[in-house]
Write a protein that binds this ligand. Structure first.
Ligand SMILES: Cc1cc2nc3c(=O)[nH]c(=O)nc-3n(C[C@H](O)[C@H](O)[C@H](O)COP(=O)(O)O)c2cc1C
Length: 172
């Protein structure tokens, strides 16, 4: 099997991360892979916002938990790096474009042995007043919706390297 297919097949979502930070050089490659994603009409109007540092991550996670009315929310899974993917809220293809950015980043991360998971909760909480205040301080543009986030780090759990596929393929 070639390396690209091997990488696609071994990417798994991880939900428990070590404290260890990922290297800046690899993060830069991961972000660049995201920026190479396709976009509708080549719009590329996304922003990737990198958040690192326990204090910042916990502040945002707590604000999301508050907005969700889940005080124990821990859906960032202790990841040392989060990358938020956002586009202008009124851009019709924001969810699609952001999704391919995220998958490119997940695959690039996996190629370095860096694990990942999609974190979805900002999609519905980014316009909460408190969450938005934190996002603005963290440089997410006010008119942007956060469509999804990549939690990145090293796995603190065993990661299965394959899974059962339930999707359907038909040849007409
Ligand atoms: C649109 C989307 C939203 C997701 N949101 C979350 C999330 O908020 N938290 C989470 O732990 N996993 C989330 N996931 C990850 C899926 O649960 C995961 O991809 C799926 O269970 C398959 O497992 P795998 O990624 O290991 O192959 C999301 C995935 C997608 C595509």
């Amino acid at each position: 099997m070639n390396e690209v297919l091997q990488n696609i097949k071994t990417r798994r979502s991880v939900r428990k991360f070590k404290d260890e930070q990922i290297a800046r050089e690899q993060l830069d490659e991961i972000l660049t892979a995201g920026l190479y994603a396709p976009s509708a009409r080549n719009t590329q109007n996304w922003q990737l916002t990198v958040i690192q540092g326990r204090e910042k991550l916990e502040e945002l996670q707590a604000a999301v938990g508050e907005a969700l009315e889940q005080p124990t929310y821990s859906g960032f899974y202790n990841a040392p790096t989060m990358v938020l993917v956002s586009t202008p809220e009124d851009y019709a293809f924001g969810a699609f474009d952001s999704s391919v950015v995220l998958e490119n980043m997940f695959l690039a991360a996996n190629s370095f042995g860096i694990r990942s998971v999609w974190v979805n909760q900002l999609m519905n909480t980014c316009d909460d007043i408190k969450v938005r205040e934190v996002l603005t301080r963290f440089k997410v543009p006010e008119d942007h919706k956060v469509w999804g986030s990549a939690a990145l780090g090293f796995a603190a759990v065993e990661v299965p390297d394959d899974r059962e596929n339930k999707g359907v393929v038909e040849f007409a």
